[in-house]
Structure formats: structure tokens, C-alpha cells
Write a protein that binds this ligand. Structure first.
Ligand code: F6P
Length: 549
């Protein structure tokens, strides 16, 4: 593993960026655009069917060079090669991070402990294909011999967000056949609402859990099993209604999953990077295995771009470095994902886990506290709705939140003039964030409306939009399986690059363990009458409320 040679903030490259920021702090993007008519073309990139316009950023022609110099001093290329070649870059768990192997082409050779894992990945894809065919053809039936009409995917986090996002994003490609439902939350409402609309005799449950130990997933799976039993399904027939995707086949077997109904997950795939694996079964069942393979093809195209393109022409690298620029040199604590495509409305939630669970850390790979900011809060939503909800803060708030606008050039639903109107809204928002409105312009506008002078003077300061707020705009022809694969892979590599610069292990998530540990005794105290006096008064008081004491 390439060792980082010196503390990040002490490097000359970091110092140069800090100086550069102070030079640019007084420069408005209006000026940068006025002085360079070629700015759009100069700061645009295309790769794997995506076009990135990063011209509306607080950068000049030297910025990217300074940023890539920082990437080089952090040995980005060597660490990237280490990831692609299966080195154990997840250092706290001593594992590789090989989600790229899940979408590798069959002839590739990617080794873990000396063994090429691509054949096993390909064999699993073939098993997935056969399974999807069995379900779609009606060959796989329920306990009364009926074809399966509904699949309920039970899983949470990476075993839920990726598949749900992808099936929603590619809804126009849905195959007639099974309806797919998702259950994630331990809130009984989640599974209850689904069980209201499916029937035991025609429902298949997919238990999606790498560990097969996640409380929410196990409790929901047990409830599903009882629901089937209550409907009269015998123990012998239960297995017909369950399939599991897990790295823990023994636990799946103990639950009652038939051996040939367990699809593998591997230790070298992190949950938030797993939709490309058999965790993607809901995607394949909903869209067809051919479309699932097209998603993999799109991701592979982005992998190859990330692996081969020079840093300054490398889309994931450029987006990652611009993120570093704002987090570490402009004190931006958040980053917005604004999807101007109704089908992409679940994308921000998936990217939240991808990025925040990867880089929401305060110690580096060696366990030393960092002295710089790391992963920002990832948030966002669907445009144009956000314009009528939170864009006020983006335009006039005191919080700097760089934004990624994501919009197709063509809609799957070209009704009336809607897509042109959506597109105009998207461009207007990023333009307004960039150029703003000066007090003089606000004053002139109000005066032109014929308002009395004192009204003009009173209102003008409230109408000023500072502008100079950075954004990227990602476009693509149309949201196809290949484009979605490339788009999600783009953000996976963006997250990876930032983790390398910050010297983090982006592939573990120790921070989620404490909540799970504390939940166990609290549950006992809520349900088993166990009283633990040695607990803070807030928790004790709230437990009393729950118990009605
Ligand atoms: O608790 C966090 C987490 O481990 C995520 O990283 C993961 O995606 C999710 O829980 C579900 O884990 P599993 O697939 O093992 O049920």
C-alpha cells in the first residue's frame, strides 16, 4: 500500500491551494465568464455517455492544475491501481474493494488471494439470469402452484437503496411480469403496507443482507415467514417463497433458505457498492436481465475512463477535486444533488449512503485524528420541485452548498413543452447561482416597475442575490441502463478519490456499530421489563413514556 508521505495540510500543494483561494475570493464568476467566451468548452468533459459542464465553479485556468498536483502528491494513481488490482485497500478489515469486478468483462483477470474472481462473478450473473427466467416464465411457482406475481425485497442500506434507486430510475424499461416491492424499515408500517397488497400464494421474498445479521432485515424476514405460515404454508413449502443474497450462507440456511436459493455476496464488496452484485436481483427481476447487464456495461465504461483518462480529463477525478476545493478551501459542509428528472428522485438517497458512509470519518487510515474537514453532508432532491422548497437558501442563505444539477437532454415522457420548460428551469437555477443579482440591478428593476422611491430603497436589499455559488451540470442524451450505470459508477469513483486525498478508509463503517450496541439493552428495557438504573435521564425518561409509567 502506498504510504502517504506527509500530513496533508503541510504539503506545498495544499499551501498553494490555500493561497489560490485567497486570490480567487474576491473574483466573481461573472467576471470569469465575461473574460473567457470559451469558458464552457474549456471546463467541459465527456465520458461514458455523460457530459460534465464544470464552468460554473470558482476556478480559473490554474485551479485544476493545483488540485491535480494535490492528487498526485497523495499518490492517487497508485492507490487507484491498487484498488483495481484487488489490493486490500480496506485496511481496517483487510479486504479489497472490488465492486469494479462485478461489472468486469468475462475475459478480465482480477485476483483476490491469487484467485481470479471474475469467473465466479460471471457464474453468479448466469445464475441470476436463470432465476429471473424461472420467475418471469412462471416456471417458479408458489406453494399452490401459482406463478409468482410479486417479489418483496427485504433489506436496508446498501441492500436496499441501490436496487430501489435503479428500478425507479429506469422505470421506462420495466418488463411486464413481477411487481417488485421494497421493505427496509423496522417500522411495522413499511412491511404492513406491502403485505396489504400482495398474496401469500404468489409472493416471493428476497432476503438481501450481506451479513444476514441486520436486525431490521431479520425481524422483517421472520414476520414475512410467519405471514406465510399464518396463510397455511407448510414448513416444507416455505422455501419456495424465499431467496437470499448474502455472504453468510450458513445463517441463510438456518433461516430455512434452500441451498440453491442462496446467491453469494463477497467480502470484497461493500454494501453501498453492491447493487451490481446479486443484490441487484430486484433490478433484474423488474427490468430484465438484459437491462441489468446494460447497467453493468455502462459502469464498466466509466471504470475504464476512470482508470485510463489523464487526471485533468478524468470526470470522477475532476468532480472529486472540485468537491475537495469547496470542503477544504471554502468551508462548504454540504453538497447538493439536484436531479432534474422525476425518475432519478431516489438518487440523492443512494448517494447519501455511498458518500457519507464512506467518507464521514474523523480518523485517517492509520487511526490518527484528521486536522481537516472530510466528507460533507450529501443532500438534495428532485427539480423543479426543490426550487419551491430549499433553493431560497441556495440563492440567499449563508451556507455554501455546491450543487450538481443532473438532467437528461431528452425525456422519456415528451409531453407538451414540459421538458424544454424543465431544462430552462435547470439552466436558470445554475445561472442564477452563478451570476446573482446586484443591488443596482435590483434597484433598477424595482424602479422600472414604477414603485415609489422609498419602496425601491426598502425592497432592493432584500432582492440582492450574491451569486458566485458553484455548481456542476451533468447531462446525458436519455436515462438508459448504460447511462445509469455510468452515473452511479462516476459517483463511486468520485467518493473514492476524495477518500484517497483525505487518507481515509472509505470502505468500512465502524461509526454505525455503537447505535446497534446501545439498541439491544434499550429494547430489553422496553419489552422485557428489565430496568437498568445506570442510564442517562433522557433515555430513562423516554423509556418511561413508552412503557406508560
Ligand atoms: O449498518 C450499516 C450497514 O452495514 C450498511 O453498510 C449496509 O449496507 C447495511 O447496514 C445493511 O447491511 P447488510 O447487507 O449486512 O444487512
Amino acid at each position: 500500500m502506498v504510504q502517504v508521505r506527509s500530513p496533508l495540510t503541510q504539503t506545498p500543494e495544499w499551501q498553494a491551494l490555500s493561497k489560490h483561494q485567497s486570490q480567487l475570493a474576491g473574483v466573481h464568476m461573472r467576471t470569469l465568464f465575461r473574460d473567457d467566451p470559451e469558458r464552457f468548452h474549456r471546463f467541459s468533459l465527456s465520458a461514458a455517455g455523460l457530459h460534465l459542464d464544470y464552468s460554473k465553479n470558482r476556478i480559473d485556468r490554474s485551479t485544476l492544475g493545483l488540485l491535480t498536483a494535490l492528487a498526485e502528491v497523495r499518490d492517487l494513481c497508485a492507490v487507484r491501481d491498487a484498488m483495481f488490482s484487488g489490493r486490500p485497500i480496506n485496511n481496517t478489515e483487510q479486504r479489497p474493494a472490488l465492486h469494479i469486478a462485478l461489472r468486469a468483462s468475462p475475459e478480465q483477470d482480477i485476483r483476490v488471494d491469487g484467485v481470479n474472481i471474475v469467473p465466479e462473478v460471471q457464474a453468479t450473473l448466469k445464475r441470476m439470469e436463470a432465476f429471473v427466467e424461472q420467475v418471469h416464465s412462471g416456471a417458479r411457482t408458489g406453494y399452490q402452484g401459482d406463478s409468482l406475481t410479486d417479489v418483496v425485497s427485504i433489506g436496508i442500506g446498501g441492500s436496499y437503496l441501490g436496487p430501489r434507486m435503479m428500478t425507479e430510475a429506469l422505470r421506462p424499461f420495466t418488463r411486464n411480469g413481477v411487481r417488485c416491492h421494497y421493505v427496509a424499515n423496522i417500522d411495522g408500517t413499511d412491511i404492513s403496507e406491502v403485505l396489504k397488497i400482495v398474496k401469500p400464494e404468489t409472493t416471493l421474498f428476497l432476503i438481501q443482507s450481506k451479513s444476514f445479521g441486520t436486525q431490521e432485515t431479520l425481524e422483517n424476514s421472520k414476520l414475512a415467514r410467519q405471514w406465510l405460515k399464518d396463510a397455511g404454508v407448510t414448513d416444507d413449502d416455505l422455501a419456495r417463497h424465499f431467496v437470499a443474497v448474502t455472504a453468510n450462507a450458513a445463517a441463510a440456511h438456518d433461516f430455512g433458505i434452500a441451498e440453491d436459493a442462496v446467491f453469494p455476496m463477497w467480502d470484497w464488496v461493500g454494501g453501498r457498492y453492491s447493487l451490481w452484485s446479486a443484490i441487484g436481483l430486484p433490478i433484474a427481476l423488474t427490468l430484465g436481465m438484459d437491462n441489468f447487464r446494460r447497467i453493468l456495461d455502462g459502469a464498466r465504461a466509466m471504470d475504464e475512463h476512470f482508470r485510463d483518462a489523464p487526471l485533468q480529463e478524468n470526470m470522477p477525478v475532476v468532480m472529486a477535486l472540485l468537491g475537495i476545493w469547496y470542503v477544504n478551501f471554502w468551508n462548504a459542509d454540504t453538497h447538493a444533488i439536484l436531479t432534474y428528472d422525476e425518475y432519478l428522485k431516489e438518487l440523492p438517497a443512494h448517494l447519501q449512503q455511498l458518500d457519507m458512509e464512506s467518507n464521514g470519518k474523523q480518523v485517517d487510515r492509520d487511526g490518527k485524528p484528521v486536522d481537516y474537514a472530510t466528507g460533507p453532508v450529501i443532500w438534495g432532491g428532485v427539480g423543479a420541485n426543490g426550487q419551491h422548497a430549499y433553493h431560497q437558501l441556495l440563492h440567499q442563505g449563508t451556507v455554501l452548498s455546491p450543487a450538481d444539477f443532473i438532467i437528461p437532454l431528452q425525456s422519456h415522457n415528451p409531453v407538451a413543452n414540459h421538458h424544454a420548460t424543465l431544462f430552462a428551469n435547470c439552466l436558470a437555477q445554475s445561472q442564477a447561482l452563478m451570476q446573482g443579482k446586484t443591488e443596482e440591478e435590483a434597484w433598477a428593476e424595482l424602479t422600472a416597475q414604477g414603485l415609489p422611491q422609498e419602496e425601491v430603497d426598502r425592497l432592493a436589499p432584500h432582492k440582492v442575490i450574491p451569486g458566485n455559488k458553484p455548481s456542476n451540470t451533468l447531462t446525458f442524451e436519455k436515462a438508459t441502463p448504460e447511462v445509469l450505470g455510468a452515473l452511479v459508477a462516476l459517483y463511486e469513483h468520485r467518493t473514492f478519490v476524495q477518500g484517497v486525498i483525505w487518507n481515509l478508509n472509505s470502505f468500512d463503517q465502524w461509526g454505525v456499530e455503537l447505535g446497534k450496541q446501545l439498541g439491544k439493552p434499550i429494547l430489553q428495557q422496553l419489552t422485557e421489563g428489565v430496568h437498568n438504573e445506570d442510564v442517562d435521564s433522557s433515555t430513562a425518561g423516554l423509556m418511561q413514556l413508552f412503557r406508560g409509567e
